[in-house]
Design a protein around this ligand. Sequence first.
Ligand code: FES
Ligand SMILES: [Fe+2]
Length: 452
Amino acid sequence: MPIIDECQVRRATDVNLRLNETQSTAFRRSRLSLTLEETLNEIQRIADLPLEESITLPREAYASEEFFAWECENLFRPGWTAVAHVSQIPLAGDFINLDFLGEPLIVVCDKSGGVRVLSRACPHRGMDIMPPGFGHDGHGPAEFREGGEDRGHTRLFLCPYHSWTFELDGGLKACPEMGQARDFCRADWGLKEFRTEIWNGFIFVNLDGTAEQSVADQYAQLTDNAARWDIANMHVVFESHWDIACNWKILAENFMESYHHAGTHIKTLQPIMPARGTWTEAEKADYIRCHLPYGDKAREQIAAAEASDGQWDAFPPIEGLGEDGRYEWGLVMGYPLFTLVTAPDQVVWYRIEPVATDRLRLMTTVMVPESTTRHPNFAAMLDRGTQEAVCFHLEDMEVLNAVQRSMLSDGYQRGRLSHLEMPVWLIQRYLAAKIRGTKPTLDRPAASGQMP
Ligand code: FES
Ligand SMILES: [Fe+2]
C-alpha cells in the first residue's frame, strides 16, 4: 500500500478551497453561458443519447448557483438523506450535530430509544443551540465526545442565549421569566422536528416533509443486499471528515465509476479490481448499482492466504455473502446522495453534504459487524482497515478538487464517456427524469445492464 501523506492532502484541499474563494461571482457568471432553463434542456437532451454517444454534463451543472438551487429544491430537500447510523448514537441522550443544506440539525436518541432529527434553531430568538466551532463546554448538561464537537451525550438541550431547555424529544422543558408573556403555552414552543425514518440502521431525514414514498418503499430493491451484509446491525468504527472544493456530482460520479482505477488507483485498487472487469446493473428508478469483481491475482492471493489460515482482507470476511459477495466490491448510489461500498469484510458509507456549487462536506466511514469488533485482533485490523480506507480516499481527493477547478476555465471541454462510465450517464438520466418530474425507467425504457 503506497503511503500518502494525509496532511499534505488536507493542505492541498485548503489551497483549492481558497482558489475557489478568489473567484468572484461576476467572474463565475462570465464563464457560464447557459441559463437555468437552457441547462435543464441540455441535460435532458444528452440523457437521451445512447451510452455509446454520451457526453459529460454542461459546466453549468457543476458551477451555476441557479442550478444548485434547483437541485436543493428538487432533489435534496424533497428527498431522503442518510444523516447517521444508529450505531453512532446507541444510548438515550447520544446525539450528532450536522448542518445539512443550511439546516442546523441534531440527530438524537430520545428517552424511549427512538431516533429524532431536530432543528438546532431555538424557537425563542433563533439561536443555534450548539453553534459549531465556538467550543461551548458542554452546553450545560451536554458532554461532547472524543472525535469532534459534532457529537455528544446529554440529558437535556440548553440554549446558551436565554437558557431555555428542551427535552430529548425537542419539547420545551423550562423557560425562565416568561410568566408575563400572554397566552404563552410551553407545549407550542419545542424544537422543530423533521420527518425521519430508519432503514437498515441508517437514519434518514426528509427536510421539506414532502417525500411521497417511505425510504423502505424507495429502496425496496436494495433490501436484500442490505440484509446480506446485515447493515442494520453493523457498527461505524471509523469516521473521517472532509471539506472538499467540488460539486457533489463530481464526488458521486467519481464514487460510482471504476474506469479511474486505471489512473487514480493504478497502484491500489486496479491490481485487485481491474477497471476493465467492472460493470453496472440495468437502470433502476431509485438507485445505481455497480460490481467490481476481483481479478485473478487477488483471487490467487486470497486462496493462498486461506490455505495457510491467514487473512487477506483487513477484517474477517462476512459469512454468508456467497461467491459474488466474497470476491467483489459493490457500489450503490441511492438517489440522491446515499452512497455505499459493500466489500467482503466491511461496508463503507459516505455521507455527502452539498454546501454550494463548488463545495461539499463529506464524512467517510468504515462499518463492520459487531462480531468483528469483538475479535481479539480488532485493534490491529482497524488500524489496517482505516489506513486502506484513507489511502483510497486520499487518491480520490486530488481528483475531486482538480476536476472542479477546470469547470470555469477557458480550456474546459465537455468530454466523451467510456462504457465503463455508465454510472456517470445514469446520473444524467436521473437528473433528466427529475427535470421531467418523474424517475428513471418510469417514462423511458430502462437502460440495459452490462453483464460481466
Ligand atoms: S434564543 Fe434560545 S433561549 Fe433565547
Ligand atoms: Fe476512486
